[in-house]
Every structure is written in C-alpha cells, then in structure tokens.
Design a protein around this ligand. Structure first.
Ligand code: SF4
Length: 402
C-alpha cells in the first residue's frame, strides 16, 4: 500500500442536487405519516379503550438528521469509492443497518487498528455525530482519505470549552460515560502538543463525592487512580490536577444531575480555597436532549399506566428518558415494536441489570377499563420505529389503525 503524503480537504457533500435525492430517500426510510398525524392531533390518539400519548418532543434531533443526511449524501457523491464510518453514525440499530445496506463499513472506534493502515486516498471516511478523538482524525488525515465530518455542532461547543480550559491550565471534569464515543472525543480535546491539559471523567454522584473528598482533604493517589482507571489521561495526578477545575458534560446527560455535580464540586473548592475562583462550569447539555427531557416531564403530569421509550440500548439520551420515566410509572425501554411480544409480555432493556429482560406487564392494566400509554423516543430513533410501536400497541388492544 503506497504511503499517502498529502491530506485531502474536507468534502462538502451537501450539494443541492444531492440533497434533493437524499431527502427523498431518508423520508422513505424513516418518516411516518401516522406519527405526523398524532402530532397534529396534539400528541394524543384514542381508539376504543386505549389512549396513546406522544411526548411533545421526541425522536430524531437536528444533529442526527444532519449526520444521516451527510452519510446518505456521501454514497451519492462517491458511488464507487469504499466508504467507511468510525463506529456507528448514531446509536440506533435500524439506521446503522440501513448504512450497512449502502455498503458503508464501520471501522473500530475504541482503538485504531491495522484496518486504518489499509485506508487509501480514494477511500471516504465518515466521522459520526458524536465526533472522534483527535488521534483518529489525525490518522485519517495521514492516510489522505476524503473526510465527511458529521460531528454535531453542539458536541463541538463542548470541545471548544474543554480546549479553552486546557489552554488556561484548568483540568476538565467531564460529566459523562468514559467509554461513550462523544466523551472520548471530548476528552481528547483537553490534550494537545502545545497545551498542558488534563481531564477526569465522572459519571455518578458517588464519583463526585469521592473527587470532592480528595479536593477537601487529599487522599491516596493510587486508590484514586485505580477507582478512575480509564477516566483520565496518562500522567493524571489528583494531587496536582485538581487545583483548578472546570466542568463540562456529555451533551446527553440529565440536567438535574449535572447541576448537582457542579454544585458539589464548587462547594469542595470553596471549602479548600475559601473562594470559588478555581472553579468553572458551563452547562453543555444540548438543546435537543433538554427538550426531550422537558417534554417527558410535561407528559408525566398526566396520569398514565405505562411508558414506552423507544431507542437504541447504547443511546445515552434515551437511557436518561427511561431513568426519568421509571421514577414515576412502569417504564419499558424497547429497541423496536417487536419487543412487545403480547398483551402480557414485553422484552425490554433493564438499565440497572444492563441486559434485556422479559417481563409480564399484564398487571399494569389489571382492573382498568381504559388504559393510557405514554410513548417517547430518544434523539436517535426514527419515526418509522415509533409508528410501528403505535400500531403494535393498538393492534394488541384490538384496534387496527388504518
Ligand atoms: S443529541 Fe444533541 S449533541 Fe447529540 S446529535 Fe442530537 S443535537 Fe447533537
């Protein structure tokens, strides 16, 4: 394989002629007139003794729509080239299946392996909506491939924040999942050739309290590093790198939790320093995540018997919708309509057990003449999957929708 010597400029695949074709194809694959109709009806549909409520905001966000459009456009602009994708374009199995059908091949996203060395300047590499770590971007550039970057603008906002912290000597405390694509990409922006950046990824309030204790009274460095293994850069030293901290978050976290984490860390710095001047925070939850969470909180004001949340199991924003719902009522996280097996049985993803579980949910409706079922979906879930769920629910309750 010849070694490429020059990098190619980013490609603009959003040509008007291409986008016209893409829009038509995306509509066929993912749109739903039934879902549009329910929205037009104020998000409520009643048939017989069943009412379905649809959250005001749900499903595809602008970042996901853009990423899908660009992936589809890539195939149109490069009909004969090999096209690769770093990991998954978004966290939805149906969308990723459609891309595989277009012969768009996923590359490993956790580590750069030998497959990256086989890339040639004629290959196209799509960067997913979550972005990719800097070393992946450098590798693609080194191979001289065409790059179609679908990174969401809201993710890039977090990168700018983290990069800014690093330039100021502030350690980024990133509220997120250390093994999530977006967080890995974000964390990499804290590091660089001419900056002395550091980062630490924390997920839970228990993580936060551990860090707060260390800030207040120090502790065992080795134990700290062991607890946060894989959540910081090589060379991270809690004795040195928690002096000045700035919080950023994965764009899809729960707002209330992120605020609590900020407050606890700010209080720890205040206790240690007598002032909060070594503490910085910036809420980087994206608008789409916030809207979907707010819409669910609004929907939960109506008494419902059950909530269905549709989305990919590895979708962070979808999981947070499930967490919000399950505090209030029986909530089931399903990948698609096929998970609803019958009027009694549903296969759903149990967030706590981290596995699919089959449950008998017949008791949810026991003694009820009329049932109200809530439905929402994460930012990576297409409307056709939502429509299939609506049809399945009504169908099992004896109502066939036209
Ligand atoms: S969930 Fe937010 S950050 Fe992620 S793609 Fe959608 S708009 Fe962008």
């Amino acid at each position: 394989m010849p070694e490429p010597t020059t990098s190619r400029p980013r490609v603009n695949v959003r040509r008007p002629d291409v986008m016209e074709l893409v829009s038509a194809e995306v509509a066929i694959h993912y749109r739903s007139s039934l879902v549009e109709k329910i929205k037009d009806m104020g998000g409520k549909m009643t048939r017989g003794n069943t009412t379905l409520l649809l959250a005001k905001d749900f499903g595809f966000c602008y970042g996901v729509e853009r990423a899908i459009d660009l992936a589809y456009a890539s195939r149109k602009v490069f009909p004969d080239n090999r096209i690769f994708l770093i990991g998954e374009i978004i966290h939805n199995p149906e969308v990723n299946r459609q891309l595989r059908e277009m012969d768009i091949v996923s590359l490993p996203w956790k580590e750069i392996d030998a497959t990256y060395d086989d890339l040639t300047p004629e290959d196209v590499v799509i960067v997913p909506a979550f972005g990719a770590p800097t070393k992946f971007m450098a590798k693609i550039e080194e191979r001289g491939c065409y790059t179609v970057d679908t990174t969401c603008g809201d993710v890039m906002k977090v990168w700018r924040r983290v990069r800014g912290y690093a330039k100021e000597g502030i350690t980024s405390i990133i509220h997120g999942k250390a093994d999530h694509e977006e967080t890995r990409a974000t964390a990499s922006r804290a590091l660089g050739e001419n900056i002395d950046g550091h980062y630490l990824v924390i997920l839970t309030l228990a993580d936060t309290d551990y860090v707060c204790n260390f800030i207040r009274q120090g502790g065992d460095k080795a134990a700290f590093l062991e607890r946060f293994k894989g959540c910081h850069e090589d060379g991270f030293d809690p004795n040195l790198h928690l002096r000045k901290i700035g919080v950023a978050n994965q764009t899809t976290m729960l707002k209330g939790e992120t605020l609590e984490i900020q407050n606890r860390l700010a209080a720890a710095i205040l206790d240690r320093d007598g002032s909060a001047e070594n503490f910085y925070a910036f809420d980087t939850i994206c608008g789409a995540t916030q809207e979907r969470q707010d819409a669910l909180f609004e929907m939960l004001k109506t008494k419902m018997d059950m909530l269905l949340v549709v989305g990919g199991y590895n979708s962070s924003n979808t999981a947070h919708l499930v967490e919000i719902g399950e505090k209030e009522l029986p909530t089931f996280f399903i990948r698609d309509a096929a998970q609803i097996k019958s009027l009694e049985e549903i296969v759903h993803y149990d967030l706590h057990a981290k596995e699919e579980r089959t449950v008998n949910y017949a008791n949810v409706f026991t003694g009820k003449e009329h049932v109200i079922i809530g439905l929402t979906a994460g930012a990576s879930c297409p409307n056709n999957l939502i429509e299939a769920t609506v049809r399945k629910v009504f169908g099992l309750r004896g109502e066939i929708l036209e």
